[in-house]
Design a protein around this ligand. Structure first.
Ligand code: ATP
Length: 870
């Protein structure tokens, strides 16, 4: 063949690809969906990725030519199906639309990116989960503190705070942002402190400047300062908030008037829980995906905003008695007034996601049908408002008073939008009759069209004597009359032939042409008028953004409170009583999650727990594995948490002073292969508790020290318990351990009390009674448990023999009494060994004045290692 092969230089970019490349260059890190006609196309690497994720066909454009490129696309109306898949796969997606009507331009259609959807910035229902906020976070490392902001663009919530690394870590755990914006220069800093589990996006350093942030925020909120929001002192928080606004404009989110407020996360108003505690207690998240969390059990909310608020309440339990009592009083009231409860529940079920609907309205993305949902939801609020106002409960009456009836908005929606409005505006029939005269007339014309055509068909059929004559429409030449070949000769002369088929001919007439212009013109005009009216109406509605947001929040609160009430009714929870003291007194407490998971017929054994700062500050709980020690520890924390959320609790009674911090630590699992590093981690985690104790803290230590050898473990556990006892805060502590040696502590430290989870020892086995009773345990039960777990008989027998032998030899050596330190010291220093010198050296080099208790423990551990190595 003589065809000349083009060299790359000669390959001419088509105008379309030129436009594509220009836009793509502006969004190099996003997958660009490029609208061409009725399709969204992706090219090159984007196409390869998109085809893989979406399972759509990957083809080639210009196959065989030097400009060959991969291509994959999907119909534009499937955007809602495909977009979430791309975003959930972690891609940033730039949606590039046609910015002008292709019919009206002769050259190439203007195109531009209309939205950049990222995991943290999305309004799309398919990307979002109903009961979960979708937060974008931004973080700024200041000189002393770290600033953080969270924004859920789908609900308009904007929050900020600042604090040390531990605090920021806790917030990141609680808010679980889908995307975190970090200053480029502090990338390593972030990874070092907060790990690599987050979806990070790096922004240029210049964006994180105070002046820039202040200006963007005041401009956005149309205020002169940030004083009104109570955040003007939070320099780092403000800087991170500025970065969030910057990112919104970068991602083409410019209609954001629903972000009407920025709130400070008031760190002092809520119970402090660090990340280990949040994780250990499995509040709303579990490492084991199948595990049931506390949230799964207590969530009886009926609306998406209620579900989201419950999560927030769970993450941020209150510390102020009055605020807690307000919630408890409402629950109490609803529990004793079932009719009110049922009405609330019924009404809440009628309410759609008000918060997200109003955000969609603000961003201009609300559909006519959704406007109707908005109205129906607002209608459903009216009976709730009336009922709340009538109630005998003050907190409820305040809610009732604050609920906004939005009367004019509801009226206007009914008058403006048709009752059966379509999902898409271009489907027509969105604007009600009576709004616009011209629109109504045009609709009459267009609607009379069908009968007009039928009449024309009948008339022409009669005039010409052609019985099978048919009027129809196609896209090529509009309306036509079709005549079968058998009647061809009866066609009047003035008809114009347009198309010949095998069996028929198609004609147009003057009358049909005129009619067509009128009809098609009417439809186009109807669409134009409807769009204009709709846009104007949405703009008018925007004045209701704040009242609707307020309603959404109040409905969410009522929803959480009805959820607490339902929980209390279904599972026999009681109202906790708060006192201004330091006592925690739970009678017949239960574990809210475990009690629901036991097989039918197995009762959950309830337990009393009493702690105070005077006589019973630390409870040392011993008992074999699987006896229920952890359950007692956790249920105590969960009862306190539920109570301070304002919920009733699983117990016969619960009286308590406010708890301000909850710490839990669980010893590394028995997996010895995890070795020393696990032990170090455990010690570091424990150290952070010891440095933050208050007299209102609740500390739960579960098998601390078990990641190391027995004697190390006992020493560490002992020293920590001693420290907690001697610390002036006198923090209330539950200490679960299988080291029965720790039972000796109570003799020396009078606020430590021994308890054990009772078991009944039968001939070769133990029966778990699961009752917490006063007194220590005499020995460990590991072997019994192994037996229960199905260990082969031979192994058990051997173990029993070894144990007996060990116990004997231990006795003959004289057991080490841990209450008298002299003997322990003697056993080290009596050794006639060069090791002695080495140890002496170590000790002499210690600077006791700068040593923290935990460092001392570590040192002790090191010395022990030296001895045991020997
Ligand atoms: N009070 C109770 N009533 C009924 N069942 C219980 C109770 N407490 C615990 N259980 C059951 O026993 C199992 C073991 O309890 P838990 O984990 O608290 O034991 P443990 O003593 O902490 O054991 P380990 O030392 O192995 O961690 C629980 O998963 C639960 O099924």
């Amino acid at each position: 063949m003589s065809a000349k092969v083009k060299t790359p230089k000669e390959v001419k970019e088509t105008p379309l690809m030129k436009q594509y490349n220009e836009i793509k260059n502006k969004y190099p890190d996003a997958c660009l969906l490029f609208r061409v006609g009725d399709f969204y196309e992706t090219f090159g690497e984007d196409a390869v990725r998109a085809a893989g994720i979406l399972g759509i066909t990957l083809t080639k454009r210009g196959a065989g030519s030097p400009s060959e490129t991969a291509l994959a696309g999907f119909p534009h109306h499937s955007l809602n199906v495909y977009l979430p898949k791309l975003v959930k796969a972690g891609l940033r997606v730039a949606i590039c639309d046609q910015l002008e009507d292709p019919k009206t331009t002769k050259t190439i259609v203007k195109r531009g990116v209309t939205e950049l959807v990222t995991p943290g910035v999305s309004m799309n229902d398919e990307v979002l989960q109903a009961k979960t906020n979708n937060f974008l976070a931004a973080l700024h490392f200041g000189k002393k503190t770290i600033g953080i902001s969270f924004l859920d663009v789908s609900t308009g919530e904007f929050l900020t705070s600042q604090g040390n690394e531990e605090y920021i870590d806790k917030l990141l755990q609680n808010f679980q942002p889908s995307e975190v914006l970090v200053q480029k220069g502090t990338k390593n800093n972030f990874l070092h402190h907060f790990g690599s589990d987050f979806n990070l996006f790096y922004l240029e350093d210049w964006i994180f400047k105070e002046d820039y942030a202040n200006e963007s925020l005041t401009q956005h909120f149309k205020t002169t300062s940030l004083k009104g929001f109570g955040i003007e002192e939070l320099t780092e928080g403000i800087i991170s908030s500025g970065a969030i606004l910057y990112y919104l404009s970068e991602t083409q989110h410019n209609k954001i008037q629903h972000i009407s407020n920025i709130q400070r996360i008031a760190e002092n108003a809520y119970v402090w829980m660090d990340r280990f505690t949040i994780r250990n207690l499995e509040l709303h998240h579990s490492n084991n995906h199948n595990a049931t969390t506390l949230l799964d059990v207590i969530d009886k909310t009926l609306s998406p905003m209620g579900g989201r608020l419950l999560k927030r309440w769970l993450a941020l339990p209150l510390k102020e008695i009055n605020a807690i009592n307000h919630r408890l009083e409402v629950v109490d009231y609803l529990k004793t007034n079932p009719e009110t409860l049922h009405t609330f529940q019924y009404q809440i079920k009628q309410i759609s996601d008000l918060e997200r609907l109003i955000s969609k309205l603000a961003t201009g993305k609300i559909s006519p049908r959704e406007i109707n949902y908005l109205k129906e939801s607002l209608d459903a609020i009216i009976p709730m408002k009336e009922l709340a106002l009538k109630s005998k409960n003050e907190a409820l009456r305040i809610i009732g008073d604050n609920l906004h009836a939005c009367e004019l908005l509801r009226e206007k929606i009914t008058a403006t939008i048709t009752a059966d409005a379509p999902v898409a505006l271009n489907k027509g029939n969105a604007i009600a009759r009576g709004v616009n005269e011209e629109l109504d007339e045009l609709r009459d014309i267009s609607q009379s069209g069908k009968s007009y055509l039928e009449a024309l068909e009948a008339r022409e059929s009669k005039n010409t004597g052609i019985p099978s004559l048919k009027v129809a429409f196609n896209n090529v030449f509009g309306y036509y009359i079709e005549v079968r070949n058998t009647h061809k000769d009866k066609v009047p002369e003035n008809w114009i032939r347009k198309q010949t088929l095998v069996n028929a001919e198609r004609y147009i007439t003057e009358e049909l042409k005129e009619y067509e212009t009128k009809i098609l013109g009417a439809e186009e005009r109807i669409y134009k008028i409807e769009s204009e009216l709709y846009e104007k109406f949405i703009m008018w509605c925007a004045q209701y953004i704040q009242p609707v947001q307020l309603n959404a929040n109040l409905v969410a609160q009522l929803d959480c409170l009805q959820s607490f009430t339902q929980m209390a009714i279904d599972h026999n929870y009681v109202r906790p009583e708060f006192k201004d003291d330091f006592i925690l007194d739970i009678k017949d407490g239960r574990h809210p999650v475990i009690e629901k998971q036991l097989p039918p017929g197995t009762p959950y054994i309830s337990n009393d727990v009493y702690l105070d700062n005077e006589n019973q500050q630390i409870i040392m709980i011993t008992g074999p594995n699987m006896s229920g020690k952890s359950a007692i520890l956790r249920q105590t924390a969960l009862i306190v948490l539920l109570a301070q959320m304002g919920s009733f609790v699983p117990a016969k009674s619960a009286t308590m002073g406010i708890t301000d911090k909850i710490f839990t630590r669980v010893g590394a699992s028995d997996n010895i292969s995890m070795g020393e590093s696990t032990f170090m981690v455990e010690m570091n985690e424990t150290a952070s508790i010891l440095n933050n104790l208050t007299d209102r803290s609740l500390v739960l230590l579960d098998e601390i020290g078990r990641g190391t050898s027995t004697y190390d473990g006992i020493s560490i556990a002992w020293a920590i318990a001693e420290y907690l006892h001697e610390h002036p805060a006198k923090a209330k502590t539950l200490f679960a351990t299988h080291y029965h040696e720790l039972n000796d502590m109570h003799e020396q430290f009078h606020r430590i009390k021994n308890f054990n989870v009772s078991v009944k020892e039968l001939k070769d086995t133990v029966l778990f009674l699961r009752k917490l009773i006063p007194g220590g345990s005499a020995h460990s039960f590991g072997i019994h448990v192994a037996k229960m777990a199905g260990m082969p008989q031979m192994v058990i027998q051997k173990a029993q023999k070894v144990l007996k032998k060990l116990e004997k030899s231990h006795k003959s050596e004289g057991s080490v009494d841990l209450t008298t330190n002299d003997e322990l010291q003697l056993s080290i220093f009596n050794m006639d060994d060069p090791l002695l010198e080495e140890i002496k050296e170590e000790i002499l080099n210690l600077d006791i004045n700068t040593l923290t208790p935990v460092e001392a423990l570590m040192k002790l551990n090191e010395i022990k290692k030296m001895v045991s190595k020997k």
